[in-house]
Design a protein around this ligand. Structure first.
Ligand code: TEU
Length: 592
């Protein structure tokens, strides 16, 4: 009898608690947060489909593989998945060379698989953002086949052609061309066509309204299927000065900024918004290559009716010798790092909304580049970097595998690489007598393939990614770095990732709170506060292998530790003195 009463009382308490709106106190106050949007409160999880999960043993990830792992993704607490391109493609640039925008890449599956994926995601409350690659197509796309066939073909002006009888066109730099030349001569019509990326990625002529309307139809095709938005590949590059003048001197050594400032760029983005984006409750994010902090509001200020978000590359240049992909032996200055993120936050402020990221399919692994991937510090520094991403006033874009602390694979031989950027750069150096050994050493740290190795699910063969032969080698450290092992370890990088996402969602101060940088010149510690409706949070991040201290003066008596990436909490003395252990990350709620 006694027990029954106890159970009844327990159940009653549970019922009362469950119907309490979370953060009752904060919820009331949160009504005062202006312009709340789902994509501002989202955590975007980027999946590189080629490397996530292979369902049919061909060594290449696919849509059925992603479907089979949606419960894992849901368990992370993320709410948006950004998928890299899944459309028909000859894969010269792993899908960023599309030959048919309304067809799923054969290796990835069928349209039926896609429909199932979208339904299964929405059933779990997950949103899907697809990759819109419309600065260029594949040279296998029927538009280009038509366009190159004759100067009078109706698709001729779908691309940028320079008739050879006018002599050589003004130099334009190509990211992936072995000669870095963005003009390719085509004897079929005795003319050159423009390709900012590979020769098999000819640039579309957005100055042609037929091209724009054709792309808006493709966007509606996928939006009417129910997707939740687009990540837009090098969208700042779409507008060109079609007189193709010599590159103005001010852009020498910074061609990317010239590419991102074509004459009618914002007219096209306004038109796209008016004709497509504004008709759906979706998120639009620009890959902002070449966009400076002084230009970002031109893209994302809501009053301009263009895009919602833009991610920039300013920080990605840190640690590299300017204008090169070469790692600077001087390393990365934390003061410069802090200055960049603080500048972008202050410019965007309440006039738009920011994004934040530290890795994706074009960069080395987050922990290897920004943290420390040695066994002693890999987990700690991964968690510290994740704390940074989850406590800034911006939408986090988080790359698959970073939640496990996956590291660069650092291939020794060019034979192991698959990426066009590395392979063409190697060929270019080989043909021009470059230092191949030095190049390969540097690629261990910067090559894109480091971020594209197969996902590490467990300790079985090929880390459980495929029963076949993986398209790219699996990182041999999968024996210790994998989902199955980390799920069992409460202090793992994986469980910390889930924990801090829960913390971010529960504390809107970590999303919308005003950001203020502290102790600006501290070379070891990144310290900042977030404040919202009287709630104040202090974030301290040690970016070094040694103890470090922040020079601050807060009354920490009433401070409460919300999260710390060490298994044990810092001592009161450490808290009082703002002392941090190596790669320590701690988030405090400060007393009022
Ligand atoms: O990337 C554009 C871009 O900025 C990259 O080329 C980047 O600078 C470079 O790879 C860094 O090493 C987008 C896509 O994200 C990338 O995967 C594609 O290769 C590229 O566009 C062409 O579509």
């Amino acid at each position: 009898m006694k027990y029954i009463n106890l159970i009844v009382i327990m159940a009653a308490i549970a019922a009362i608690v469950s119907c309490q709106p979370q953060n009752k106190k904060s919820t009331a106050k949160n009504t005062t947060i202006p312009n709340r949007k789902w994509w501002k409160e989202a955590v975007v999880y980027q999946i590189y489909p080629r490397s996530f999960k292979d369902s049919n043993g061909d060594g290449v990830g696919d849509l059925k593989g992603i479907i089979s792992k949606l419960d894992y993704v849901k368990s992370l607490g993320v709410n948006v998945i950004w998928l890299n391109p899944i459309f028909a493609s000859p894969n010269h640039d792993n899908g960023y060379d599309i030959s048919n925008y309304r067809e799923i890449m054969k290796q990835f599956g069928t349209m039926a698989d896609f429909d199932t994926l979208l339904n299964e995601m929405h059933r779990r409350g997950l949103k899907l953002v697809l990759d819109l690659v419309v600065n260029h197509t594949s040279s296998d796309h029927r538009w280009f086949k038509q366009s190159r066939s004759s100067r009078t073909n109706p698709y001729r002006n779908y691309y940028h052609w320079w008739p050879a009888e006018r002599g050589k066109p003004a130099k334009r730099y190509s990211y992936f061309d072995v000669d870095n030349n963005a003009w390719k001569y085509d004897s079929t019509t005795n003319a050159y066509y423009l390709h900012y990326f590979a020769r098999s990625q000819p640039d579309l002529n957005w100055e042609n309204p037929k091209v724009r309307q054709a792309i808006y139809k493709i966007m509606r095709f996928w939006l009417d299927k129910g997707i939740d938005g687009f990540r837009m590949d090098v969208i700042p590059f779409i507008a060109k000065d079609t007189t193709f003048p010599k590159l103005p001197a001010k852009y020498h050594g910074n061609f990317v900024h010239y590419y991102a400032n074509g004459p009618h760029l914002h007219d096209y983005l306004k038109e796209m918004n008016k004709e497509v984006l504004s008709k759906y409750n979706i998120m639009s994010v620009a890959e902002g290559a070449g966009v400076t902090v002084n230009e970002v509001l031109n893209f994302i200020n809501p009053s301009r009716h263009e895009l919602n978000l833009l991610y920039n590359f300013d920080a990605m240049r840190l640690g590299l010798i300017p204008g090169t992909r070469e790692v600077d032996p001087k390393g990365i200055s934390l003061v410069d790092f802090k200055e960049i993120y603080t500048k972008w936050d202050s410019v965007i402020d309440d006039k738009g909304w920011g994004t934040i990221w530290l890795g994706n399919h074009d960069t080395p692994r987050m922990v290897t580049h920004w943290g420390n991937d040695t066994p002693e510090f890999r987990a700690l520094s991964s968690k510290m970097l994740t704390t940074f991403l989850m406590t800034m006033r911006a939408t986090p874009f988080y790359y698959f595998g970073d939640e496990l602390g996956m590291t660069n694979i650092k291939f020794d031989s060019i034979k192991d690489y698959r990426d066009i950027e590395t392979l063409h750069e190697y060929q270019h150096l080989k043909e021009t007598g470059g230092n191949l050994k030095k190049f390969l050493n540097n690629e261990k740290l910067v090559a894109r393939d480091n971020g594209r190795t197969p996902f590490q699910w467990d300790t079985t063969r090929n880390a459980g990614f495929t029963t076949g032969h993986p398209w790219l080698k699996v990182n041999p450290n999968y024996k210790t770095i994998n989902v199955a092992t980390e799920e069992q370890n409460p202090n793992s990088v994986l469980n910390y990732f889930k924990k801090i996402i829960r913390l971010r969602k529960k504390n809107l101060v970590l999303i919308y709170g005003k950001y203020t940088l502290l102790d600006k010149e501290n070379p070891d510690v990144y310290a900042y506060t977030r404040v919202l409706n009287g709630e104040k949070v202090l974030v301290l991040l040690n970016f070094t292998t040694h103890k470090a201290q922040a020079k601050l003066s807060f009354d920490m008596n009433k401070a409460k530790v919300l999260i710390d990436n060490y298994p044990s909490l810092p001592s009161s003395g450490m808290i009082k003195d703002f002392e941090l252990r190596p790669y320590e990350a701690v988030v405090f709620k400060l007393g009022n």
